[in-house]
Write a protein that binds this ligand. Structure first.
Ligand code: NAD
Length: 332
């Protein structure tokens, strides 16, 4: 297949080019993000390969359909960026990488949590300036804390296992309960019970109409004072304006996010010479107890290799025209 690859970064090219010789596909790497303005680049290709912030909305899908490109491979797990109903109506074949390295994302959630708990981001800067004062660096133990995990699929499960290893009490909420986790001592509760009892809450559910703004002023009011919130899932699970208010009144004690509601126009770009007009991220960055990373939880060598392998396998299956192991289907 001739594949138009959107939102290309050097690490994508490196991992895909490594595995490409074992397959009979031809890749053209485009740097621009995919949207209705850039979709014209897909003309003459058999498939497009896109990432988390590439827009596959109705307008883009209609244009892609007009170009006669009917195959879409997402090199990510989440698919909230795709209008699935329109994709099904137009007859697109759509595949994803359901699980590439759940541990990579779970470990990043832990990294955010541990950085916040011991202020290592501040200690790092101090020591580099020969400032060995430890005033103001008092942290908190994670051991013994009650951790609430929302979404116990591949990543949430890996995160629960890590936290059990650290000696935390694990609470969980999911629309399906995982029996294996229950045997390990994880207790499933309603969302309200989880909010009321957790010292630390980590989000690992997908972004859907049901989970949009799951963390909002009402749900925040049900949480413990000083709760730590970690989000490595999708930005819009958190209503940013409510969390800012909760940081100001200290309801939220620490916030670690790898994803952000309005990340689309910020993340994956070097904007260091630009005037950023997003007031909310600017406000978030003023809090000493907020740690933000730019959607890098997936970025390990192991995860990139798995993303490339599964995406190429998805393309093999699309080219063969048979069953698709990782197809995303529209369910009304
Ligand atoms: P998964 O499908 O294995 O697990 C998701 C879990 O959420 C499932 O158990 C599902 O039942 C549960 N769920 C669905 N709706 C729910 C609801 N309303 N309330 C509670 N639970 C609900 O997915 P995964 O591989 O564990 O990934 C989870 C999310 O992590 C993805 O949807 C994606 O948005 C995000 N992600 C982020 C990165 C990153 O780099 N930051 C990388 C990969 C995935």
């Amino acid at each position: 297949m001739r594949v138009a690859f959107f939102s290309t970064k050097s690490y994508d090219k490196e991992s895909f080019n490594h595995y490409l010789p074992d397959h009979s596909h031809e890749f053209t790497y485009f740097e621009p993000k995919l949207d209705s303005n850039t979709i014209a680049l897909a003309e003459g290709f058999d498939a497009i390969c896109s990432f988390v912030n590439d827009h596959l909305d109705e307008k883009t899908l209609i244009k892609l359909d007009e170009l006669g490109v009917k195959n879409i491979v997402l090199r990510c797990a989440g698919y909230n960026q795709v209008n699935l109903e329109k994709a099904a109506e137009l007859g697109f074949k759509l595949c994803r990488v359901p699980a590439y390295s759940p541990e990579a994302v779970a470990e990043h959630a832990l990294a955010l949590l541990m950085t916040l708990s011991r202020k290592t981001h501040k200690a790092y800067n101090r020591v580099r300036e020969n400032n060995y004062s430890i005033e103001g660096l008092t942290g908190f133990n994670i051991h013994g804390k009650t951790v609430g995990v929302i979404g116990t699929g591949a990543i949430g499960k890996a995160f629960c296992e890590i936290m059990l290893g650290i000696g935390c009490k694990l609470l969980a909420h999911d629309i399906y309960e995982n029996e294996e986790l229950k045997k390990l001592g994880v207790t499933y509760l309603t969302l309200d019970e989880l909010f009321a009892q957790s010292d630390i809450i980590s989000l690992h559910c997908p972004l859907t109409p049901d989970t949009f703004h799951l963390i909002n002023s009402t749900t925040l009011s049900k949480m413990k004072n000083g709760v730590v919130i970690i989000n490595t899932s999708r930005g819009a699970l958190i209503e940013t304006k409510s969390v800012i208010k909760a940081l100001k009144n200290r309801k939220v004690g620490n916030l670690g996010i790898d994803v952000y509601e309005q990340e689309e126009n910020l993340f994956f770009q070097n904007l260091s010479e630009t005037i950023v007009l997003d007031e909310q991220i600017a406000r978030l960055m003023t809090f000493p107890n907020v740690l933000i990373t730019g959607h890098q939880a997936f970025l390990t060598h192991e995860a990139l290799a798995q993303i490339a392998k599964t995406t190429l396998q998805n393309l093999d299956e699309l080219a063969a025209g048979g069953d698709l192991s990782n197809e995303i289907k529209w369910k009304s």
